[in-house]
Design a protein around this ligand. Structure first.
Ligand SMILES: [Zn+2]
Length: 95
């Protein structure tokens, strides 16, 4: 956390304001809260919470699916596909 949160200017001394844009620096507590909010946004727990608290949970669910898909690369989609087909093949062979 050594850059200004508003303009990205490198934070070289422990002042209360950014020398580049004059915005006050966030305190450590604010930074941690922001970090936690950001983590939750991308965590499984955060996603579930958003789906459950949404008015239309079905729409919210598909929105999250779209967001996850947008965040994935083609390679990771392929990996997930491989895992699913492997599990599927295993299940079939047991039945
Ligand atoms: Zn700044």
């Amino acid at each position: 956390m050594s850059v200004c949160q508003s303009c990205g200017f490198e934070r070289k001394y422990l002042g209360k304001k950014c020398p580049a844009c004059g915005e006050p620096y966030l305190t450590l507590v604010e930074l941690i809260a922001e970090q936690e909010a950001n983590d939750e946004k991308h965590s499984f727990k955060g996603r579930c919470k958003r789906i459950l608290t949404a008015e239309n949970s079905k729409d919210a669910f598909w929105l999250e699916v779209e967001l996850i898909k947008a965040g994935l690369s083609k390679k990771s989609i392929f990996t997930i596909f491989l895992i699913i087909s492997f599990v599927f093949a295993l299940t079939l062979s047991v039945l």
